[in-house]
Design a protein around this ligand. Structure first.
Ligand code: HEM
Ligand SMILES: *[C@@H]1O[C@H](CO)[C@@H](O)[C@H](O)[C@H]1NC(C)=O
Ligand SMILES: *[C@@H]1O[C@H](CO)[C@@H](O)[C@H](O)[C@H]1NC(C)=O
Ligand SMILES: *[C@@H]1O[C@H](CO)[C@@H](O)[C@H](O)[C@H]1NC(C)=O
Length: 509
């Protein structure tokens, strides 16, 4: 997550803080940290706070705000308080403390903070969202309905279905690129967004759209803008007083999501709803949603409206995966040696079975290590938790309503856990026997009851797509283009770095 300060907000903050600084200059001289012991618990220590903006001034200093967490941790220990504007937060660092939040005391921390900006995306109510809602029976139902689809096991029909959908779209990608007259500067992100959206559309909804269909193009653009938006922090999340400055921005956000909803309703949901007949064997996720929503006397408030929201939300996963894949390709573009090793693995699989499919995962440990290594460098804690009762972490008191940031930036980047953490090296995930090995402290998708619902899809789609692309092409930089991959954040702008693509042929053994 990156904090974007629009120039206006920034100016306002600077003026505001300069005035405050002047007014309170005596107060700023170190305040003693309050560590009164009470029932064995201590209050969270905090750095010096400024009135109104609290500790926000610390966040504005860094491109990757999580770096500031590491610095404060060195002073105050691994659980500390940080008031971001009017929002009381704590930052929890270190594997054991993070486990305490997501696993051991998962029930105490299963809510999410409410940011007005995110409410805009879900008809004014974050509870309509899979990722930003509080925990409830409804969320339990939604996660259970999704499980068979987002975590298909290797023997299920869903797994075979996903494999088929994926192969169709991968062929479509290579046909599109092969049909291009000029491959000197290709907008791969755009091509991959459409294909990945179609994998999701065909897998979850049994339909696909042409990449030349205008409404589909607009739908994809809107989704990618939303994904970028939710990956960015904004001062208005923490300073509700700034909200009037954001009314134009909020209107824009609402327009994106209402157009997405309109597409889903008119192109997919309405027809499926009309055709629904009770007792038919469900084939895709839409069938499961309709079956659940039409059940009378539900006690979890699951209905057609929440069904449609869940469907949209999960289809939006295509943007997360595409952004992740394009970032990974950005890492590979000036690493021909890494591309070559992926190509060797891909060639061997294709010689044996003709194409790369889900079942080839065990044969492509290096390509999977590339996925892990990219996750290590890219991933950032995008979804904060919220304490739903008075509780504690590592003996530090956490009052009800506190927003909890899990800082795994250090889990991914500390020199104590990784050799040369700044260095891109998939080999670190390959053990002496040449097999994939993941250290236990590497949890890019988190864990527990609010863990990522899409991580298996990320893994499956990423290695197949990257392997297939590199088996057919070598990627090269376009002159004068920067391939600096933003770290600590999953999103790329809609228009991002293009690639020079050179076709290659399968190496004979
Ligand atoms: C590289 C891509 C991705 C990464 C690194 C990632 C990581 C995460 C993380 C760290 C969380 C928060 C877990 C927590 O709060 O403890 C999360 C939540 C979530 N993710 Fe992902 N994710 C990715 C892609 C996806 C995709 C493709 C989908 C859907 C198909 C998805 C669906 C979700 C959902 C629904 C939640 C919220 C779950 C809940 O709050 O109950 N994610 N993800
Ligand atoms: C969201 O759901 C939770 C749990 O059911 C509930 O306590 C909360 O009031 C809801 N929030 C809104 C804005 O409806
Ligand atoms: C795999 O999924 C199928 C269908 O969803 C289920 O019946 C089966 O029990 C699952 N197998 C395992 C090993 O989980
Ligand atoms: C770890 O990082 C990922 C992405 O980097 C983030 O989404 C996730 O919430 C973090 N996990 C924990 C347990 O903090």
């Amino acid at each position: 997550m990156e904090f974007v300060f629009s120039s206006l907000t920034y100016l306002l903050l600077i003026v505001l803080t300069a005035v405050l600084l002047f007014l309170i200059r005596d107060e700023l001289k170190t305040k003693p940290v309050d560590d009164v012991v009470n029932m064995g618990l201590v209050d969270a220590p905090a750095p010096k706070a400024w009135p109104i903006i609290g500790h926000l001034y610390l966040m504005a200093r860094y491109k990757v705000p999580y770096r500031v967490f590491d610095e404060i941790m060195a002073d105050l220990g691994s659980v500390f308080r940080m008031d971001l504007g009017s929002v009381p937060c704590v930052v929890v660092n270190g594997l054991n403390n993070i486990r305490e939040v997501i696993m051991i005391k998962g029930d105490h921390f299963d809510s999410r903070p409410s940011f007005r900006r995110f409410n805009q995306l879900f008809k004014g109510d974050k509870n309509n969202s899979l990722a930003f809602c509080d925990w409830s029976q409804l969320q339990k139902t939604r996660r259970e309905l999704l499980r068979a689809h987002t975590f298909p096991n290797a023997t299920s029909n869903m797994y075979a279905r996903l494999d088929k959908c994926l192969k169709t779209e991968l062929t479509e990608i290579t046909d599109t690129i092969d049909g291009m007259a000029d491959t000197g500067c290709v907008d791969l992100k755009n091509i991959l967004l459409h294909s990945c959206a179609n994998v999701f559309m065909s897998y979850f909804c049994s339909t696909r759209f042409s990449r030349t269909y205008g409404r589909f193009r607009e739908f994809i653009r809107n989704f990618d803008d939303v994904f970028y938006e939710v990956n960015m922090g904004s001062p208005c999340d923490f300073l509700p007083g700034l909200t009037p400055l954001y009314s134009w921005h909020f209107r824009k956000i609402r327009a994106w999501s209402s157009k997405i909803r309109e597409f889903m309703e008119t192109e997919i949901f309405n027809a499926r709803k009309a055709a629904w007949t009770p007792g038919t064997k469900p084939v895709d996720f839409v069938d499961n949603l309709l079956d659940a929503a039409m059940q009378p006397d539900r006690d979890d408030r699951f209905d057609l409206d929440t069904g449609l929201f869940s469907l949209e939300d999960i289809i939006g996963g295509h943007s997360a995966i595409t952004n992740f894949i394009v970032k990974t390709l950005g890492f590979l573009v000036d690493r021909p040696d890494v591309q070559r090793r992926i190509q060797e693995e891909a060639d061997a699989v294709i010689r044996a079975s003709g194409s790369i499919g889900l079942a080839d995962r065990p044969h492509m440990p290096y390509t999977e290590a590339v996925v892990y290594e990219s996750l290590r460098l890219i991933a950032s804690p995008i979804v904060p938790h919220l304490a739903n009762r008075d509780t504690s972490v590592d003996g530090v008191r956490i009052p009800k309503g506190t927003t909890v940031f899990l800082n795994n930036y250090s889990l991914h980047m500390s020199t104590e856990l990784w050799t040369n953490p700044e260095h891109y090296s998939p080999e670190r995930f390959i053990n002496a026997e040449g097999r994939l090995e993941k250290p236990e402290y590497f949890i890019p998708f988190s864990g527990g009851k609010r863990s990522c619902m899409g991580y298996k899809l990320v893994q499956l789609l990423s290695f197949c797509t990257i392997g297939t692309l590199l088996s057919k092409y070598t990627l090269m930089p376009v002159e004068d283009v920067s391939y600096a991959v933003p770290k600590g954040n999953l999103a790329l702008p809609f228009v991002t770095f293009p690639f020079r693509i050179r076709p290659r042929s399968l190496k004979k053994q």
